[in-house]
Design a protein around this ligand. Sequence first.
Ligand SMILES: O=C(O)CCC(=O)C(=O)O
Ligand SMILES: [Fe+2]
Length: 410
Amino acid sequence: MEPVEKYYALEDAADRSMAAKFDGAVEENELRSQAQGWLQLSKGESTGEIDLDEASDIIQDSIPYEDTKVDIIKKEMSLDFPSTPCTRICRYNKSFFDGNICIGCFRDVHEISNWSSMAPIEKSYALEDAIDRIQDSEYFAGSVTSEDLRRQAQQWASISKVGYEEGLGKWQSIDIKNGNEESVVSSTFDYTSFIEGESILVLEDLISTEELTSIKVAADEIQARNSSERMSKGLKNEGLVRIPLIDAAQRASKLNTPFADTFPRDIDDKLNTILSKVLDRLDSDHERLIERLLSCHRLQNLFKNDMLQFSSREPAVNVYTKGGSFRPHEDGQQLTVLIYLSHPTEFDGGGTAFWPQDSRGHRVEDPSLIIAPNAGTVMIFRGDVTHSGLQINHGRRQVFVASFSPSKKG
Ligand SMILES: O=C(O)CCC(=O)C(=O)O
Ligand SMILES: [Fe+2]
């Protein structure tokens, strides 16, 4: 054990010794004094009068041999990988982030328990967050340093880039004019065509179909209610119902913009989580694009802090039924995100249509690109790209839409 680990273990032992006294057992004050000795040693200070051998004996007995062995094997195996930020302190302090952050590694419980399954890029972002958490606090004895965290974050970030070089990123760039597809290699990709509104970016399989099921059921219910209300009033059925998220509906009501019923809270939460996940993915996969196009970074943080400005009644789910379409338009914000909830087999016709920047417009020319991606696909394009939701002749089609810009007030 490192001196600082011994310090913490002895503090724990001292706490425990207060609960009961056994004959011949080491005294609480002895444990505290030895703890102090190890703490001083960990800081490279002299330990003065304190005899540390005894302390090490007490603690050494309590570490199972197997644990130590496993640790050595892990170290050997991970030679080329960043070490973990864990300092084996694994403690929480009520006064530090309400006890939600480990004072040894500055990660939260979720990050610690999921660490091994997190993608390299997620690890690199989690480590950046950990660095932010240290920023205005003092280090605890033996906690990981921000230099260590930064080095590890950079290592994970570069490992993640290697992954993308091998095509793991799966983003495709599609040229609006000729439909040509190109795999995106994040570290070297040239975003100029996207920024000029001449291509879109698509990522398949970001959201699993299971994640989408309850959302689609809820959206269909609201659409059905909406249509029966219209029928009872003798109005014609609408082929497109746009269901805003609760926040969007509140904004719309302030502006007296009419909107459909909103989702139940749990479904609304799910949609917010999906959008947040997509933004996180954009942050990690397209950092350079976000910076060039929106002059900002970390969209996910902006979203969480209410610093994104959305088109009116957005984010929203569009539900298309027979005859429904969305006329050609530009969304008018800086970036549009579409998340496809329905599979193309669920409807006839339909799909998103695009016009190139130098076309004579949708009234004159047919769209140059029509695409109906699989459910769970995410698409982004610049806010002034002309596009439309084509009419469906049969079935149902759902798309989750969010077009936004960083808000000026932020
Ligand atoms: O349905 C689509 O594919 C496009 C929807 C759209 O453009 C919008 O809601 O702004
Ligand atoms: Fe749109």
